[in-house]
Design a protein around this ligand. Structure first.
Ligand SMILES: Nc1ncnc2c1ncn2[C@@H]1O[C@H](COP(=O)(O)OP(=O)(O)OP(=O)(O)O)[C@@H](O)[C@H]1O
Ligand SMILES: Nc1ncnc2c1ncn2[C@@H]1O[C@H](COP(=O)(O)OP(=O)(O)OP(=O)(O)O)[C@@H](O)[C@H]1O
Lengths: 216, 216
């Protein structure tokens, strides 16, 4: 069994391949463009010039023997579709295909892609979410109703945690406090907050929103 | 003051604009391509056909009066550089520019972009990180040494939390337990874990890695 096969060494495919390889994983990359292969060949286990829609070439490569196949071809939906269908019918267990639009994402899912990613769109949504909630440095969704967020206190939460009574007043639990470069994990009740501190809280999304409005 | 100006209504720019507008924000989009503007004009506050490198047109638009300017132009680095320089010199406080490569990211930062994003590359890195640690559903970095992660117990952590003694054995605190669709936040010591549960823990990265190896 081999680990990762990446078809298409563009910006997205190369980033996936190099990040995996740097962490010590077995990574094979194919691309039909010679320059793309020569750029990446020293940074992955094996790189080869190959057309991802060439059924005979893919079979020879053993596309069905990889744990994960990532199809990172952009400009031609037809090539992505053919490569997805060939990989799945050769027995590849987990195929992830890149799509350019909502419609092509639907098509790739319907022909067998196990996962579909829209890099530009997904990053655009993520940037917008970060712009909307700047006081929330980063958030981590736990299911659809709860989150963990890191939030700036803006000097409005000073004093000992037990006196601030955040669980009673807002329904959130403080799980860590970021004071400059020092992080206090699972702070005790008598831990003191100062201006400029950032708290990491867990709670229901509407409770976090109430706290955020208070701190805005 | 206006809120958001987005130059370039491609996949990335449109996703940023529509996500912001859907959450009720004031969003202006410009693009030099008529079709791009007609696609997006019903989904933002205002859309106009305009060349982002046209200094007179940008001044008339009032580019300096927006809280955030997002330059989402892809194929021409020259256009992104000129638009970044024009926006910053007109007084825009926060300019985010999209880049195609590490080199163009450096150039855009050096001419004044406050933030630079490489959507395809950044998503590629993120996908690789998720593939490497599949048992970690998602992770949230708190500074460089600590994280919050959601991890599958794979039936290896069954019984009451106080008997499992995770803080002593692994140096991690359980802040929530995901049992199917039910999330238990800040579980008590006598809370019982079953096969198939997912735990959300906070701790130092090397401690989380130890737990992950045990659960792999
Ligand atoms: N049929 C194919 N077989 C193999 N490689 C292909 C095929 N079609 C395209 N590619 C390669 O896939 C890579 C990415 O494709 P392309 O540049 O069209 O998409 P993109 O969406 O701009 O990529 P990215 O956003 O990742 O840079 C290119 O290096 C291209 O040579
Ligand atoms: N000088 C310019 N002024 C205004 N709009 C521009 C300019 N140059 C390009 N654009 C627009 O920016 C949008 C995105 O640019 P382009 O398609 O070149 O990049 P891209 O990286 O493929 O975009 P994305 O990945 O977001 O789809 C296009 O709609 C294009 O018309």
């Amino acid at each position: 069994m081999r680990e990762y096969l990446i078809m298409g060494a563009g910006r997205f495919g190369s980033a996936v391949a190099e990040t995996l390889y740097d962490k010590g994983h077995d990574v094979v990359v194919v691309d039909m463009n010679e320059d793309a292969i020569s750029r990446i060949m020293n940074r992955v286990t094996h790189a080869a010039i190959l057309d991802a829609t060439d059924e005979v070439a893919l079979k020879k490569l053993g596309v069905g023997n990889f744990d994960h196949v990532i199809i990172a071809i952009g400009s031609s939906l037809e090539a992505s579709i053919l490569a997805t269908v060939l990989a799945k019918s050769a027995g590849a267990k987990h195929v992830i295909s890149k799509a350019n639009s909502q419609l092509s994402a639907k098509v790739l899912a319907s022909v067998g892609a196990d996962e579909v990613i829209r890099p530009e769109h997904d990053m655009g949504v993520r940037l917008a979410q970060q712009l909307i909630a700047p006081s929330i440095m980063d958030s981590f969704h736990l299911g659809s109703h709860h989150s963990v967020v890191e939030i700036e206190t803006k000097g409005k939460l000073c004093g000992r945690l037990e006196d601030l009574r955040l669980p009673n007043r807002y329904g959130v639990q403080v799980i860590a406090v970021n004071q400059g470069n020092k992080l206090e994990v699972s702070p005790s009740a008598d831990f003191e907050l100062f201006e400029g501190d950032r708290v990491v809280v867990i709670g229901a999304n509407e409770n976090i929103e109430k706290l955020r409005m208070f701190l805005a």
